[in-house]
Write a protein that binds this ligand. Structure first.
Ligand SMILES: *Cc1c(COP(=O)(O)O)cnc(C)c1O
Length: 364
């Protein structure tokens, strides 16, 4: 599903040089590399500020806490996401409320989210799942009408652009993960919050560093979630390749979309605009998903499931609140979804082999 070892030699050399630069600087946590990467990433996303943190989970927790959302507050999100989305909400002290997904996109259904609104609702954590932004104007209206905050979970959507605006720039805060397998990934854990609000920016910097407002002065009960210099330096180099790698993902997805043709599999709806989907993952639905996965494996093609268990069916989430009409689409999706390889190091031949294998899948 990924092949880091096949990355361009220029990129590997630049990463090695960056590593040496950090080691020889003698400064390893919260230094000039972090500052530079925060500045560059905020600029790329079209916002004023970035705060480097330890990972995407922390970025979501900190996003909620700086918005003063916590105990007694409800936050709407999706059951079809990485567990970290919901964990970040829980760790802020707030109560997650799960809205169902639209079956043709696997993104949160606005109609279902409407049913989840109560007097306690303070925010929606909108996950741009698989790399896709959609209906951003409707989400904007939804948040304004209900007087709630929008937080974007951009862990899968680096550089996705909806009508000229980049993922992470729509909400009060955008939360990013740079886990190695993400579209922009470090060589370890890393994350960032981005915002246009100077006050939120300062609060996030305090929270990531023990709640320390000035040296040895603690204004808040914070955490240790600092981006380190090595990861920031690596990310600065990897970011230079992100546009090209994103185009490659989009290209592969387009070839899949046009050439995968098998009555036993169903593709999701195409994106509203090609730039609004950066194809962190390319997924299909298939009623015989496990058989399809076995068939692909026999053809030497790896595949994964994102995600095999809807959040409300996780053992740790017994009693979680959700849409009173249920989460049927999410449950069905978890049983039928399969992710095909879609990464920038794939060759045309690799893509052709995947298509041939999917198209030759038969159900008996
Ligand atoms: C990866 C991911 C996260 C968590 O990021 P980490 O850096 O692993 O903590 C959160 N949300 C989504 C949608 C993700 O894909």
């Amino acid at each position: 599903m990924n092949n880091f070892k096949a990355e361009p030699i220029e990129l590997r050399d630049a990463m090695l040089a960056a590593t040496l630069r950090v080691m020889e600087s003698g400064w390893y946590v919260l230094g000039s590399e972090v500052k530079e990467f925060e500045k560059q990433w905020a600029e790329t996303c079209g916002v004023s500020y970035g705060v480097g943190v330890g990972n995407g989970l922390d970025a979501i927790e900190i996003a909620l806490r700086i918005l003063n959302i916590g105990y007694g507050d409800e936050v709407i999100t999706t059951p079809m996401t990485a567990f970290a989305t919901v964990l970040g909400i829980l760790r802020s002290g707030a109560t997650p409320v799960l809205a169902d997904i639209d079956s043709d996109t696997a993104l949160i259904s606005i109609e279902s989210a409407e049913r989840c609104i109560t007097k306690k609702t303070r925010a929606v954590v909108l996950v741009h799942l698989y790399g896709q932004m959609r209906k951003m104007n409707e989400w904007d209206i939804f948040c304004k009408q209900n007087d709630i905050k929008l937080i974007e979970d951009c862990a899968q959507s680096h550089l996705a652009t909806w009508h000229g605006n980049v993922a992470g720039s729509f909400g009060s805060v955008g939360a990013f993960s740079f886990y190695p397998t993400k579209n922009l990934g470090a060589i370890g854990d890393a994350g960032m919050l981005i915002t246009n609000d100077k006050k939120l920016f300062h609060l996030a910097k305090i929270l990531r560093n023990y709640g320390q407002s000035a040296n040895y002065h603690h204004s808040d009960i914070g955490m240790n979630s600092r981006l380190d210099e090595l990861q920031a330096a690596i990310l600065i180099e990897r970011k230079k390749w992100l546009e090209e790698f994103t185009r490659k993902r989009q290209n592969i997805a387009e070839i899949y979309r046009l050439n995968i043709n098998n009555n036993n599999v169903k593709q999701l709806a195409p994106p509203e605009q090609s730039s609004a989907h950066v194809h962190h993952l390319f997924v299909l639905n298939c009623k015989k998903r496990n058989d399809l996965q076995t068939h692909l494996r026999k053809n030497n093609i790896e595949s994964l499931i994102h995600y095999p268990i809807s959040i409300h069916q996780q053992e740790a989430c017994k009693g979680i609140i959700y849409d009173p009409e249920g989460l049927n689409n999410s449950e069905y999706h978890s049983k039928t979804v399969l992710s095909l390889p879609c990464h920038p190091q794939m060759t045309e031949d690799d893509v052709g082999l995947v298509i041939a294998a999917v198209n030759s899948f038969k159900v008996y």
